[in-house]
Design a protein around this ligand. Sequence first.
Ligand SMILES: NC(=O)c1ccc[n+]([C@@H]2O[C@H](COP(=O)([O-])OP(=O)(O)OC[C@H]3O[C@@H](n4cnc5c(N)ncnc54)[C@H](O)[C@@H]3O)[C@@H](O)[C@H]2O)c1
Length: 347
Amino acid sequence: MKILITGSSGQIGTNLALRLLEDGHEVFGVDKRRNTWTDEFQYLLQDLAGHYAAFAGGINGVEYPEVDLVVHLAAHAKVHQLVRQPERALENAVMTFNVLEYARQRNIPFVFASSREVYGDVHRFEEYGEQVADFAYTESTYSASKIAGEAFVYSYARCYGLRYLVFRFSNVYGRFDNDLQRMVRVIPLFIHSMLRNEPITIYGGRDKTLDFTYVDDCIDGIVRGIEALAAERVVNQTINLAFGRGNTLVHCAERIAAELGTETQMTLAPSLLGEVTHYVADLAKARDLLGYSPKIALDEGIARAVAWFLEHRAEHPEEDVPIAADHEGAHAALRGWKTVPASVAER
Ligand SMILES: NC(=O)c1ccc[n+]([C@@H]2O[C@H](COP(=O)([O-])OP(=O)(O)OC[C@H]3O[C@@H](n4cnc5c(N)ncnc54)[C@H](O)[C@@H]3O)[C@@H](O)[C@H]2O)c1
């Protein structure tokens, strides 16, 4: 197949593109940033968040190559950043609209990268099945951007016959996730800080439990979805992709320290505004529909992620510098705003 990937310079986009090439597909990417990891596929540098009118063979009148399917990953993907800069959440929705409009006019099936953030931090379930997302409850502006994206996708399916799959990812980590000056993700941040003997902060406290997904498992699920959607075996479904097990962030930090042979200097702090503190995915649907069976549990995944990080750092010692973490200040400023009415939070 010929597959268009938006957000092709990002973590998931790069891993997905390389895997699809390996599988014998052709890939065409679109991103507003250069790909700093690989030059193995062609991509267009384009800002997908503009208000564009022309969509004939591509977005904003640019002719894309003919493709069979689009995987829309482009987004501002950091929850707390979007709480501070809500205009970026709106840009996410605009990007999704643009890519949907392109897919509609070309009659191309559409895979959308949503997030476990659509469930919110509600602590209502042991495991989150796809049907429990309650779109009346919106945890953050990032969640709003994903809920809006999903809603657009569903409306395009009803109004225009769009064929789609929506995937809800959860804490994807491993290879190509450590461009920390651009985007701070928790696992590479902890590795980076511990290597520098700097203390780490766990926002959300000792019990914060998330479903961490090793990147190869996530990519395997997406590829299964692409094949099933293209063959029309699985169409118009919303599917959790994660590992299916909860791990505390504290455990995660301890595993990283053990891999590095160092001690953790850990501070526990209240949750950042808008962030989820408990999530474990129900993967029954991914298993049933796609035969998805994630392989890499957290301890093994951390070992791989640390090994990859160290290899990369050895080639790029210039990256061993402090992270410009402006989220710290924003955290203090916004912490007091968490005023979700109990009646809503407990639903
Ligand atoms: N990684 C995760 O843990 C995770 C979890 C849930 C959902 N997701 C979703 O999966 C998708 C991919 O995530 P990722 O981790 O690879 O993120 P990423 O930030 O590494 O990649 C996103 C890419 O989108 C590009 N982009 C942003 N704005 C753009 C614009 N206006 N025009 C063109 N390109 C633009 C960025 O340059 C970046 O390369 C995102 O939609 C994200 O919200 C990721």
